[in-house]
Ligand binder design. Sequence first.
Ligand SMILES: *[C@@H]1O[C@H](CO)[C@@H](O)[C@H](O)[C@H]1NC(C)=O
Ligand SMILES: *[C@@H]1O[C@H](CO)[C@@H](O)[C@H](O)[C@H]1NC(C)=O
Ligand SMILES: *[C@@H]1O[C@H](CO)[C@@H](O)[C@H](O)[C@H]1NC(C)=O
Length: 447
Amino acid sequence: MRPISSIVFAFLAAALLLNHCKAAAEWVTCSGIVPMRYRNDKISITDFGGVGDGRTLNTKAFREAIYRIEHLRRRGGTLLYIPPGVYLTESFNLTSHMTLYLARGAVIKATTDTRYWPLIAPLPSYGRGRELPGGRYMSFIHGNGLHDVIITGENGTIDGQGEIWWNMWRRRTLQFTRPNLIEFMNSRGIIVSNVIFKNSPFWNIHPVYCSNVVINYVTILAPADSPNTDGIDPDSSTHVCIEDSYISTGDDLVAVKSGWDEYGIAYGRPSHGITIRRVTGSSPFAGIAIGSETSGGIEDVLAEHINLYNMGVGIHLKTNVGRGGVIRNITVSNVYMQNARKGIKIAGDVGDHPDTNYNPNALPVVKDVTIKDVWGEGVLQSGQIQGLKNSPFTGICLSNINLQGNVGPRNPPWKCSDVSGAAVRVSPWPCSELTSTYQAGSCSNSF
Ligand SMILES: *[C@@H]1O[C@H](CO)[C@@H](O)[C@H](O)[C@H]1NC(C)=O
Ligand SMILES: *[C@@H]1O[C@H](CO)[C@@H](O)[C@H](O)[C@H]1NC(C)=O
Ligand SMILES: *[C@@H]1O[C@H](CO)[C@@H](O)[C@H](O)[C@H]1NC(C)=O
C-alpha cells in the first residue's frame, strides 16, 4: 500500500469506527410515545391534612387533594407532592392532568382494613372477577377514563400490604377478586416511572382498555410465594412501552393479555404495539408472558434485552381452547436466563375458564412468533411447543438459541407437537417439527 492510500484507509477506518460507536451509544427507547410534562401548579398532601406517621388514615386528604385538582383545572395540570413519610390510606381515584409525585422516602401505604374496600363492576372482557364470580375490589390506586396522568418522583414507594389478601386467598376466605395495586381503565397518555411498587394484593400494574402508556424505571417487588402478584399486565391495550425496570414477584413479570373466553371474544379488544425492553427480574412463573387471557387477540409485541434469574419459565406464550383470539407477530430477542425450569414454552392448554359457557370450538390461533438470540444457563428443559390438533401453531421461528443445563437423556430437551416453523443455530437441537431451513412464507419477517 502506498503511503497516501494507507492514510486514506486509516481515515476511513477511523470514520467507520466512530460511526459504529455513535450507533452503539444511541439509546433505543419507546418512551417518546407519551411526552413528560412539567406542572407549574403544585400542591402537597400536607396542605390537605395529610400526616405521614404511618398510623393516621389519609383517605380524606388524598380524595380532597384530587378533588381540588379535578375541579380547579389549572392550566397544564397539577402536581400532588407526597413528602417523605408513610401515608396510610384507603384506595383512591386519580384524575386527568395530574402528577402524583413521591419524594425519596415517601410511602403511600394501603390500609389492611379490607372490610370497606370498594367493590367495582367486573371488566366486560372478563365477565366476572378474574379469580371469583361477581364484582371485584377496586385497585388501591385507580383511574378510569383519564388522560395525561403521571405517577413519578424519586423512587418513593407504593405499598399494597398484600399479605392480608394473600392469606385470605390461601385460606379461601376471599369473597371477591383481590385488588390490583394500580389500575388504569379506558385511559391514555399515562406515565409511571421512578416508583417502587411493593407487596401488591394481586397484579401490580394493570392498564386495561388503554393506549399510550409508558412504564419505565420502576421497581416491583413481592415475595416469590405471593399468589398472582404479576408485575405489569397490559390488557386489551395498545402502544404500551415498558422499559428499564426491575421486577421480582410471585407470578409473571410482564404478561400481555386481552380478556378471556366468551366475554373477551364478545368485547373484541386486542392488545397490540407492546414493547418490553431492558427488563430484569426473577419469578417462579414466567419472565415474558403472552396470555393466558388472549381472547381479544395479541399482535405486534417486541420484547428485547431481558435478563432473567431463577425462573419458572423464561418465555411463555399461553392460551387455551375456548379462548379464540389471534396471537401474531411476537418477537422476543436478546434474552439471558440463569436457572430456569423451562426456557421457552408455547402451549394451547393453559389457564382456567370463567365458567362452563365457553365455546370449545373457539380455538386460538398462534402464528409468526420469532424467538432469537437467547442464552441460558441452568435451564432444566429447553422448550416445549405444543399446538392444538385443529389449530396448529405456525411460523414459529427460533434462531441463535443456546440453552444449557438440560438434565439426562430421559428428559428430552424439547417437546413439540402440532407446530411448524424453523430453527437455526439452536442448541440443544429442537424437535423435527421445526425445519432447519426457512420455507417460503414462514419466518418471512424474521432474522
Ligand atoms: C372511583 O372510580 C370507580 C370506578 O370508576 C367508581 O366506581 C367509584 O365511585 C370512584 N370512587 C370515588 C370515591 O370517586
Ligand atoms: C429509581 O430507581 C431506578 C431503578 O433502580 C433507577 O434506574 C433510577 O435512576 C432511580 N431514580 C431516581 C430518581 O433515583
Ligand atoms: C410486527 O410487530 C412490529 C413491532 O414489534 C412492527 O414494527 C411490525 O410492523 C409488525 N409486522 C407486521 C408484519 O405487522
